[in-house]
Design a protein around this ligand. Structure first.
Ligand code: ATP
Ligand code: MG
Length: 704
């Protein structure tokens, strides 16, 4: 799962990186287009404005030259004819262009306005006017262009163009003055189409505006010109352009200026930057809108892809999880079927074998591979072939018939002969699943069968063993009840009844002992530290010696032998073995009891006890059956016994995790060897246990 997560995370990172890159690229491209468009528009506007300024310059230049020509003409005529000059006549003849020059006049040396093309209502003293005073002060030889003034004669705003009249002797004779109405220029500027917030002006190099039009308004008076243009002209740059924000109205404009050659004047035109960049602004907005749309589209696309990928990842994750669950479930089922001790054969929808588990192979032997793909009949025949004829499998069809009839227990038991004898229980389960139509299952009940068999055999034997003494008791007691006998006969009969009753009681006691030991499986054993030599002494003392028999010989080590055991049960086992040694050596003979410690190969120590007699002994066949319940090798009837003693010994020794081993030779005697785990955690300081280094294998050689 983490692999999927990191893979999808990488894809998502790549996706968003690409989306951001594309967005960045589109914005970069748009920014470049906008910048190019801005530069282009500004450059075009500068060029156009420069052309307009050239036109303004040309207009002013021509005007001033035309005016200067008229002034020079009047100047020379005045010097020639004095006051006889008729300016009105000159105007009428068209020498003086009345449209261009609303008023042309002469101010005499005293500053009196003496002659004009228009009638002068009262003599006017203009000696205080700058355009007069400037010529009184010095003969500059230049045309003077005044600041706009409100004409006393015309009553209109005009600029005064004056030239000094100097007589041949250098005497100041007056001033020729031409008034040009300010609106002559502003009208012209209005036609320049500089935009609603454009500006056109004529400035003197003194920094005073002679004429100025801003938008639709004419402005007169002393308005400081932009210092930038003035400074540039003073530096010798007679033309140029620049952008500046107006201190008056705060509007940023593109300016273009040109000095008028030969005059201390320059023209300056300006356009509102917003007006200049209006189309650029529109295309800029369109481009920004496009870029925004593209960005939105990219982001939306990336978001949709992200959502799709997340859904895909979730679906993939769920599918993998489901697959993993299926795999785990399959593994579990496989493990169950592989490890099951019961055999399974599954069939597909066409009732052909698809799966056989290992238990089936181990039950029925090699060659099961050929069964894959077989139908019901073929596998039935294959099984029947391996069956014992008397208890053969009836076939899957028969099982089917029972299932469809609804027989509660349709299972059947059959016996296999090959590869080994086995009793199997077989059943059939019909499935509604598409892949599996039915399952044939087999259970190995060989052991159960044997146990059942042994149980019934045991019950039969036990009943038989009890019936024999019971028959004697019943018979003798009945005879005693119904007939009179002399005392010795009666005594003999009662003696038989007593001995048979004792035998019955023994059988029942030993059966009960055996049943208890088996049922509790050592749970009620009370383990204590047992001193083996002491226990053996107790056993010998506790078991009465038969008549004419000498006490057993003892061969015990000096060191005490300890083991953890239930001393009561162990005593019982040893008594059973010792009593057999007494019972089955009727001619007497030495009974030898030995004990020693035996170190095993795996470093564990065993305490071994050996009881050897020189009695009747047992054949190898008899020896094999000694531990069978009710088995008695000696059937002479001379020695009483139940045939359960050695079975009890075996159970007790097994439950103590010990071993019992018998060796016997018929007519020579029997040796019973019992080995039990030694108690070795206590060392032999103060004679608690046998020191390991002193352990010697003191086993006697083979008895025979
Ligand atoms: P019980 O011990 O219950 O009184 P039992 O002695 O017949 O009866 P086991 O002790 O189980 O039964 O022994 C089974 C049989 O094994 C005996 O009947 C006997 O034939 C044979 N047997 C056991 N011990 C010896 C022995 N030391 N020598 C020869 N035969 C023996
Ligand atoms: Mg016995």
């Amino acid at each position: 799962m983490p692999a999927i997560v990191s893979k999808y995370r990488r894809i998502l990172i790549f996706l968003w990186f690409t989306a951001l890159l594309l967005t960045g690229l589109s914005w970069w491209h748009v920014a470049r287009l906008i910048s190019e468009s801005h530069t282009r528009e500004i450059s075009n506007a500068q060029r156009d404005l420069s052309n307009l300024t050239r036109v303004s310059q040309e207009h002013a230049n021509r005007t001033f030259r035309a005016v200067d020509q008229v002034i020079r003409f009047i100047q020379s005529r005045y010097l020639e004819i004095g006051n006889k000059i008729d300016l009105t006549e000159l105007t009428r003849k068209g020498v003086i262009d009345a449209e261009l020059f609303p008023q042309v006049g002469i101010i005499d040396a005293n500053g009196m306005y003496i002659l004009a093309n228009l009638p002068i209502p009262t003599p006017m003293d203009l000696s205080d006017r700058e355009h007069f005073k400037v010529h009184v002060a010095a003969d500059t030889g230049e045309l003077f262009v005044s600041k706009p003034v409100l004409g006393r004669a015309s009553g209109k705003w005009s600029i005064q163009l004056t030239r000094r009249i100097t007589r041949a002797n250098g005497e100041f004779a007056g001033v020729v003055v031409v008034s040009i109405a300010v609106d002559y220029f502003t009208r012209f500027y209005g036609e320049l189409q500089l935009g609603s917030r454009g500006m056109a002006a004529l400035y003197g190099l003194d920094g005073v505006a002679r004429v100025r039009r801003v938008g639709d308004n004419d402005e007169f008076g002393t308005i400081p010109s932009d210092s930038y243009a003035l400074a540039a002209i003073n530096r010798g740059e007679t033309m140029g352009s620049f952008t500046n924000r107006s201190l008056v109205d705060g509007i940023e404009r593109l300016y273009s200026y040109r000095k008028i050659p030969g005059y201390n004047l320059f023209v300056i035109d300006a356009q509102d930057i917003k007006y200049v960049l209006a189309s650029h602004q529109r295309s800029k907005e369109a481009l920004l809108l496009q870029a925004s749309m593209v960005s939105l589209l990219i982001v939306a696309l990336a978001a949709a892809l992200t959502r799709y990928l997340i859904q895909l990842r979730r679906a993939m994750y769920n599918r993998q999880r489901a697959q993993k669950q299926i795999e785990e479930r399959n593994e579990q089922l496989n493990a169950i079927f592989e490890l099951s001790p019961d055999a399974f054969v599954s069939f597909d929808s066409e009732k052909r074998v698809t799966y056989i588990n290992p238990a089936f192979r181990s039950m029925t032997g090699q060659g099961t591979d050929v069964l894959h793909g077989c139908n019901e009949l073929e596998i039935s025949e294959w099984l029947i072939e391996r069956c014992a004829p008397n208890l053969a499998f009836s076939g899957i069809a028969a099982l089917h018939a029972k299932v469809t009839q609804g027989t509660l227990d349709h299972r059947e038991v059959f016996e296999l002969e090959k590869p080994v004898k086995r009793v199997l229980e077989v059943g059939l389960r019909v499935s509604s699943s598409r892949a599996v139509s039915q399952i044939l299952y087999l259970r190995d009940i060989t052991r159960e069968n044997e146990v059942e068999h042994l149980k019934s055999e045991f019950l039969a034997t036990a009943a038989h063993e009890l019936r024999t003494p019971m028959a004697s008791i019943l018979g003798y007691s009945e005879v005693l009840l119904h007939a009179e006998f002399d005392e010795p006969t009666r005594h003999e009969m009662l003696d038989t009844i007593y001995s048979q009753s004792t035998l019955m009681a023994n059988i029942l006691n030993e059966l009960l002992d055996l049943a208890r030991i088996e049922a509790r499986r050592s749970k009620d054993f009370r383990y204590t530290l047992v001193h083996m030599q002491e226990l053996l002494t107790e056993v010998i003392k506790g078991l009465p010696l038969p008549a004419q028999r000498t006490a057993p010989e003892l061969d015990l080590p000096a060191q005490p032998l300890y083991l953890m055991a239930d001393s009561g049960k162990l005593r019982q086992a040893l008594i059973n073995v010792l009593s057999n040694a007494y019972k089955y050596s009727p001619k007497g003979g030495t009974v030898l009891i030995r004990a020693w410690v035996n170190e095993q190969s795996d470093q564990t120590c065993m305490v071994c006890i050996e009881i050897t007699d020189h009695g009747i002994g047992l054949t190898p066949e008899q020896l094999q059956r000694v531990f069978e319940r009710f088995y008695r090798a000696d059937t002479s009837g001379k020695v009483l016994g139940t045939g359960l003693g050695m079975s009890i010994v075996k159970e007790i020794i097994d439950l103590h995790h010990g071993e019992i081993h018998l060796e016997s030779t018929p007519g020579k005697g029997t040796c019973v060897q019992i080995c039990l785990p030694a108690y070795t955690t206590l060392r032999n300081d103060n004679s608690v246990n046998v020191p390991l280094e002193s352990i010697q294998d003191t086993r006697p050689g083979d008895f025979s």
